[in-house]
Write a protein of this length. Sequence first.
Length: 403
Amino acid sequence: MSRTDSILFVTKRPDVVMEKGRGMYLWDTEGRKYLDFVGGWAVTSLGHCPDVLRNALISQSEMLVNASPAYYNVPMLTFADLLVKLSGFDKVFFTSTGAEANESAIKLARKYGTLKKNGAYEIITTINSFHGRTLAMMSATGKKQWEPLFAPKVEGFIHVPYNDIEAMKAAVTDKTCAIMFEPVQGEGGVYPATKEYQEAVRKLCDEQGILLIYDEIQTGLGRTGKLFAFEHTGVRPDIMTLAKGIGGGYPISAMLTTSELDIFEAGDQGGSYCAQALGMAVGEAVVREIAGGGWVENARTMGDYLQELLNALSKELGKAPNGKPYISGVRGLGLLVAFDLSDNFGADMVQYAMTKGLLINAPKPATIRLMPPLIVTRNDMDAMIKTLRHVLVKCSQPADATA
Ligand SMILES: Cc1ncc(COP(=O)(O)O)c(C=O)c1O
């Protein structure tokens, strides 16, 4: 019997058990230490177990954990005020996960369609997008591998190529109530939407009376070097969803919108953990620290430094044994960065890097993504690139040479 026998299989996991985290590091039960450039999947925005999060958890747990979603609670109000002030939106609805925040956005868009657009219910999303794993969000997501799964799908999602305004225009019908996309496709391999595209989609939405939804679950709260990714272009969506970084690792998410879209009726949306006091206190503390502690600026400068290091490494290493560059396509915004490999060995590289004490992620077979906490330093970057160099060269050798 193995220690993991009681865990239902949903994904392949390495044979280590994580026990402790602090700042940029994780430790497993064998005492091995890992430099974490996955950041809990872009959630540990202030690193592992930051004091600000711990203190909020401790003090709020002594006061109130969950008064029920039927009542307002104190941190719910202060956290909502903070998000409204920072984002320029008017209204916030809180949930626990990214997928739930997106579900709320879809429901709100369909409510708008019912009330204002003759029952329009279709939502246009983009190919290569990722919006979560509930049934509706698997339908919203533009991932080819998911198409045959869990039929019948939730109806009413149309997928079009990303950054292609003509395809978007062609997909709009009188049934369309909203367009939803990520300002940077994260799980899809870190591809930003161009400014021109975002502006053109905004214009299309305005002309057609369609809502624009930005899924900022991965890009929100400083990750891209701005508090929200929409600030890079100035294109404002009607609805924005946040999760991951706003809780610093604690599960909270939010949907933000305008006063005009305060159109839900009692019972349309809710849940036992919506705006529970414990999570609200954590979120408020984490967001206050990110916004006021210089971490957004750090994400910008460290993100630039990371791309500089990767480009320098690419130049230094040149071509891999198969004739393709070791590193190509360095891209991203702030601390959401990716590059392409010379072949499909991303998964092997992630595994080997772990044995060398470095955590990285491969969203696609030939792509590596780096999304460290916003507290990352130059020293962390230098240490990461040293290990990455070794791992990359080793994994780029033909199979018989590495045996
Ligand atoms: C852009 C985007 N949307 C939605 C989600 C789903 O969030 P969660 O896993 O918290 O449900 C993710 C998670 O990776 C994401 O990156």
